[in-house]
Design a protein around this ligand. Sequence first.
Ligand code: AN7
Length: 368
Amino acid sequence: MSIRQKLFHRFGSRKKDPNWPGLIEAYKAWLPVSESTPIITLKEGATPLLEAKAVSKRVGRNIKVFLKYDGLNPTGSFKDRGMTMAISKAKEAGCKAVICASTGNTSASAAAYARRGGMRAFVLIPDGYVAQGKLAQALIYGAEVLAIKGNFDEALEIVNEISNQYPITLVNSVNPFRLEGQKTAAFEIIDSLGNAPDWLCIPMGNAGNISAYWMGFQEYFKAGKSNKLPKMMGFQASGSAPLVNNTIIKNPETIATAIRIGNPVNREKAVNAKNKSNGSFLDVTDEEIIKAYKILGSEEGIFCEPASAASVAGLLKTKQDIPSNSKVVCVLTGNGLKDPDCALKNNEALFHSNLEPNMKTIAQVMGF
Ligand code: AN7
């Protein structure tokens, strides 16, 4: 192996490359695009894989935990990986408008990419259950927002029917191009570590992302880019755990509104990923999610949204099952700034207010 290749495996050569072209261009050979596909990109992908020392310490036994911080994508979530593909292919097909149902992140990403590609973006959301940052994004990106008196699963049924009857492209993860784009996150992890991790911990909602990662890991494995496949560990919130309990949840509830989904469309694909990888599905309570969310913020310096913290909560809950000396990657799917309400309500910071504006008072409050 040349020094350049070694460095590539150690650090991932493109991570800090200011000329990173976006993931379609970077992984063109692995994606269903051609010379005539108009590439609509915000230079998504190439997100950092960070070592998590505080989490590793909690897990113990020389198990090394890494965080794939996909909240650093252009609209702040992993959805951008799928959306650059879905929107580019929609544009290639001459489509003028797209539609999706969303708990928030898909709507933000669909809106950004569709508008960038000169298309209309219609988004159906469960009224009152979308985090503020995500709603702000959909609005500023120029989506046409349709808030329903119902949940995500009902919204998805409606957009499915509409896209069947009218000339509009569905960009939820039933759109196969979404998973194609999202599988590149698995490529990046292998490019960065030089091999697949032993475990992959990931939150599940509609279960598109876990299915996409599994596709990516398998493709790289078959091409000899890794010599193992990770165990796929999928985590859901206890009040919204249809995959863990192998059922449909009519009224899902959780603080992690991103994964407040009761009837995941990618159920079969996710179950296949779990079974083929000898993985497992498990639920974590809202309390466990918030605990992991706080650890990530205050000990790792990483602000993710509550749904993303489910991956770390799940890891901490199952740590006794991991063999010593393993490498684990937890996927942090979305940025914490998406849901400022949650952070304001759930933190242990000292917040002194109403202070007289002089040095003496401040020094005193500081404990000097
Ligand atoms: C931060 O935006 O379903 O299992 O409509 O926003 O692939 O569904 C979001 C899902 C995890 C679950 N983490 O991913 C939507 C939506 C975050 C998310 C998931 C979502 P999937």
